[in-house]
Design a protein around this ligand. Sequence first.
Ligand code: DHB
Ligand code: FE
Length: 284
Amino acid sequence: MSTETTASAAASGNAATDRFRQSGKTTSIAADVERVNLLASKLIKAANDIVLEERVSYDEFNALKAWLIQVGEDGEWPLFMDVWLEHSVEEVATDHREGNKGSIEGPYYIPEAPEKKSPAKIEMRDDEKGTPLLFQGQVRSTDGSPLSNAKVELWHADEDGFYSQFAPNIPEWNLRGSFIADEEGNFHIDTMQPAPYQIPTDGACGQLIAAAGWHAWRPAHLHLKVSAPGHELLTAQLYFPGDAHNDDDIATAVKPELLLEIKPATEGSGVQTTYDFVLDPEAK
Ligand code: DHB
Ligand code: FE
């Protein structure tokens, strides 16, 4: 089968790499010589310390060199960075917040998903597989006031663990949407419960995971960006209770505050959950 019909690490990796290049996040920090000197020196020292402490051999050095080359060829640098490093960067960026805990963005966000006014149903195939999920809640400020017309961007994997625009044969905006809350900050979104997600196993990152005897799983999760005028953008993920990987997420991105409470749907089939977001006002 060709990469056009089969999900592959290289295809989703290269799509994530292209997406990152287009994201406007690639601005150079090279102007700040002091900071680059500090960070690059520390990184290089940490690597050298490992070599000396663990008496790394030429075979191991060359294996690493070959593997780093392969990460690039598979387009998996976004994946590597988001799985093994982003959670610490997110922690530093948000530790001043009084409102909602956030979590990593990951490699599969696409801005400007089709906008709908809540209540609304996310874009999905007529025969979308899975358990229908009603996701509702309210967006408030840290002082408790509702944030009218807050925006809730939602994206997640399908029942097979695949994201639209990064795996083949899925409609462009499938399971992605931008929802405008009502005057009271309330939102009501009909979607499908996502499946647990395995990061691609057939690329360089998968090779590392197998070679180290790790697993490739992230627990099932909803991705969100919640925003309102005058408030800090919240990037978060929400998780489902009882998922076997909530305690050993490969991306270290689960926090107790981000666990949903799932109940049977009061109307129709499936399940429903209510989760309120609290946004921090922007620093003056
Ligand atoms: C990766 C995928 C995700 O869905 C996510 O939330 C974080 C990381 C990844 O494949 O790197
Ligand atoms: Fe994800």
